[in-house]
Design a protein around this ligand. Structure first.
Ligand SMILES: [Fe+2]
Length: 310
């Protein structure tokens, strides 16, 4: 069998810290067609869906998000004409999708010149499936993992921004914790720095860790898959961004990771301990929802809102 993912010649020098276009052989995969996604949707927990109207621009504030008054599975079923944008999160919770995501990531590791994910230091393989109606926009945001994004159906304009010097999104905005929405302030002027990928089925990109991006679907509905992974360095960085976000929220803003190593170590240790303490309570969807509300306020459960409900 051929490889699921293929990289261009110069990808090995860029991987995983610079963006580049890739090719893939996943568009006809039976698990990634609309009927299979409807079936998958019936198995996922409610907090594995996030959806809203796709009628927005790249600069979208949390309070401006328009909700769609349909149950999650109905959104998938009606994606051709319901004007929605949806993500199915952590599809690796289903064994068949777990296998698919892990096989695709292994293929990516080989394309990058490694024998396996293990040799490449790639951990925590996760899958996020995006289902979106025609002409819908995913607002400007960042994600806390590396992403091998593949376009499966329809077209997408993918605007990715290098942010080494933090000129596009400042350090404070990269801090993240539940209840802080992932969207960032967008300015038209950023486009001078954008790499714009016009993706068709069979195309993909590597989107590195915390690279800002916004995306718009073309004239037909779109299905895409984000195959994501972390490295031990990313796991540590995410703990620091979380700790710094919490400390800023209570009025003690912090320097970005890497400035004060001693304090960074204390924060990582504190995070790890706190997380271990709440872990037993995170097993059910209900208690996860309760915990999010208790620790981070009602806003933390923002993605439960649909239609008129809040
Ligand atoms: Fe994203």
């Amino acid at each position: 069998m051929g490889e699921m993912l293929t990289f261009p010649e110069d990808a090995r020098e860029k991987f995983p810290d610079k963006s580049f276009q890739t090719s893939h052989a996943l568009s006809d995969h039976p698990l990634l067609q609309l009927p299979a996604l409807v079936a998958l949707g019936q198995k996922l927990d409610r907090d594995q869906f996030e959806y809203s109207s796709g009628d927005t621009g790249p600069n979208q504030r949390l309070e401006d998000i328009k909700h769609i008054d349909l149950e999650p599975v109905e959104v998938i079923r009606n994606i051709e004409d319901c004007g929605a944008w949806m993500v199915l999160k952590n599809v690796e919770s289903d064994p068949a999708y777990k296998r698919l995501v892990e096989d695709a990531l292994e293929s990516g590791a080989r394309a990058a010149g490694f024998k396996s994910c293990q040799e490449a230091g790639m951990i925590d393989a996760q899958g996020f499936i995006f289902v979106a109606s025609a002409n819908s926009t995913t607002a400007f945001h960042t994600d806390n993992e590396h992403n091998l994004f593949v376009q499966l159906h329809g077209t997408k304009s993918f605007h990715a921004f290098e942010n080494e010097g933090r000129e596009v999104v400042p350090d404070a905005d990269l801090e993240s914790y539940p209840g802080k929405h992932r969207n960032h302030t967008y300015q038209e002027a950023f486009e001078d720095r954008a790499t714009v990928y016009e993706l068709e089925p069979g195309d993909g990109i590597l989107l590195p860790y915390i690279w800002p991006h916004w995306v718009r679907t073309g004239d037909e509905f779109s299905i895409s898959l984000a195959i994501t992974w972390k490295t031990p360095e990313i796991v540590r960085s995410n703990k620091l961004l979380f700790a710094n976000g919490i400390l800023r929220r209570v009025g003690i803003p912090q320097s970005p990771p890497g400035v004060y190593h001693f304090w960074d170590n204390i924060k990582v240790w504190g995070y790890t301990l706190a997380r271990a303490m709440i872990e037993p309570f995170r097993r059910s969807e209900r208690s996860r929802r309760f915990l999010r509300g208790l620790l981070f306020g009602r806003k933390a459960n923002y993605y439960y809102r649909t239609g008129g409900q809040t």
